[in-house]
Design a protein around this ligand. Structure first.
Ligand code: ZN
Length: 469
């Protein structure tokens, strides 16, 4: 279980405490709830001067979809064998792929709009985004921003004195042949560098036509440029110079005669952008980011993490990987069996689309003006004002003042409020309802909405959704 973060009365972070201790402090009135997720209390009668702090280590395992976050401490366990203890674990889910899809969708719409038969439009030049040095795609930038937000948040909540992160990737090519980088560097020009890097990884530094390795490799167009093949990654492969010259402006089917090989190449072209390539792009950004906090840090690699984790027989999970990053604290860390991490999901803060459209691009309605209704915004965590259930939940406010309840468990609790369901019974009911059809669920008449007057705010939306299990 995660420890509870503790702040002193001046909001300076103290050592996190056990949930039972936090409960005690809250009932005695010595503390108040500061945040619900991650759960943080603020002490009313204590300052940092009369507390003992042990340094905590913040550990990160960044990924394209999910970043593992862990906080390790050395307190309580035997200081002689230098075993660390995991006191906070979280899996932070990014929305990079959603962002990419949304931007692609917008681009397609705009393109079709320009192609429509409309008034004469003057040609537009130089109106593309000025991609300055250090620019990365919005989807990738969102990952970096998520990680930045969470490091800043956690530094404010816990006495973190050290950061370590898994930045370097295990590179089998480099380990087998350390001199290969020389060859790769020779062909590097700044333009297309990232595409080339991505392709080299995708095709494992191998010519896809003849399988040659450790030689200068080139980017090759599958459908040749002369036959209007595009510059998109899906039309690009890696080949050696002789193969590239031999293929010239032949089609793939003409050049590769072996049907087996042809099938393999075609399958490779359809492969989605590999997560490792994604992480590779953000690597540099993360190093700069971690440097910027001014705390001592250590950058580790994936191979060490995996070695540490398997040696200690922990199962694969993002927060566990994070706890095992680097030598030292990572190689000897105690993680309580069944430790449940906080699940954090990046939700964004909505869009600024002027009109909703259907799949044909036809306008279907306007989004509501403004985002705040009755002092609630989307993603606020709320509770009922009455003591029916203390469960807190996210809301999507409507201007009518009646907000939908999406949380199925909560709807079941409200329905059977007189019976006071046990946790087991509740779970049984919920799993049963999940298997039912929509019409069957309708006949149950579960409460589906709540009036804003019956709600009180617990925590403002901060762009993330929180859950356990
Ligand atoms: Zn070749």
């Amino acid at each position: 279980m995660n420890k509870v973060f503790v702040l002193d009365k001046n909001k300076v972070p103290l050592m996190p405490c056990h949930p039972a201790r936090a409960r005690e402090l809250l009932t005695k009135g010595r503390a108040a709830v500061y945040r619900t997720a991650p759960f943080t209390i603020i002490l009313k009668d204590r300052t940092v001067e009369d507390s003992v702090l042990q340094p905590l280590e913040l550990k990160l395992d960044p990924g394209a979809k999910t970043t593992g976050i862990a906080i390790n401490a050395w307190f309580k366990t035997n200081p002689e064998n230098k075993q660390a203890t995991l006191i906070f674990g979280a899996n932070l889910t990014h929305k990079a792929f959603q962002i990419k899809d949304a931007l692609t969708k917008r681009a397609i719409l705009r393109r079709s709009r320009r192609g429509r038969k409309c008034r004469y439009r003057e040609k537009r030049f130089n109106n593309r985004k000025n991609k300055k040095e250090g620019w990365i795609a919005p989807s990738v930038q969102s990952i970096v921003n998520n990680i930045d937000t969470w490091i800043k948040k956690l530094i404010k909540l816990a006495p973190i004195k050290f950061i370590s992160a898994e930045i370097n990737k295990f590179d089998s090519q480099k380990l087998q042949n350390p001199f290969i980088s020389g060859v790769q560097y020779q062909q590097g020009t700044l333009i297309g560098y990232q595409i080339r890097q991505y392709l080299l990884e995708q095709y494992d530094y191998t010519c896809i036509y003849c399988g040659a390795k450790n030689i200068p490799l080139e980017v090759d167009h599958v459908i040749p440029r002369t036959k209007s093949g595009s510059n998109r990654v899906s039309n690009l492969v890696i080949s050696c110079k002789p193969c590239n010259l031999a293929k010239s402006n032949l089609d793939l089917n003409q050049f590769v005669k072996d049907p087996k090989k042809l099938a393999i190449i075609k399958a490779g072209l359809k492969k989605p952008l590999r997560a490792s390539a994604y992480v590779n792009i953000i690597r540099k950004k993360l190093v700069l980011l971690i440097e910027s906090y001014g705390l001592p840090y250590l950058l580790g690699d994936g191979a060490t993490t995996k070695f540490n984790r398997t040696k200690q027989r922990y199962l694969k999970d993002h927060f566990i990987d994070a706890a095992c990053v680097n030598e030292g604290a990572g190689s000897n860390v105690y993680i309580k069996p069944g430790f449940k991490p906080l699940l954090i999901k990046a939700m964004g803060r909505g869009d600024h689309q002027v009109s909703h459209v259907d799949k044909y691009g036809f306008p279907t309605g306007e989004p509501a003006r403004g985002k705040r209704f009755f002092d609630f915004t989307s993603g606020d965590i709320v509770q009922f004002t009455h003591t029916l259930t203390r469960r807190s939940f996210r809301i999507n406010p409507r201007k009518t003042g009646t907000f939908n309840i999406i949380d199925l468990e909560l709807r079941v609790i409200l329905k059977f409020k007189d019976q006071k369901l046990s946790k087991q019974k509740l779970n049984q009911l919920v799993t049963k309802i999940k298997t039912m059809t929509k019409t069957q669920v309708k006949t149950l008449k579960l409460p589906a909405s709540v009036n804003h007057k019956n709600l009180k705010l617990v925590q403002r939306n901060d762009g993330y959704k929180y859950s356990y299990s």
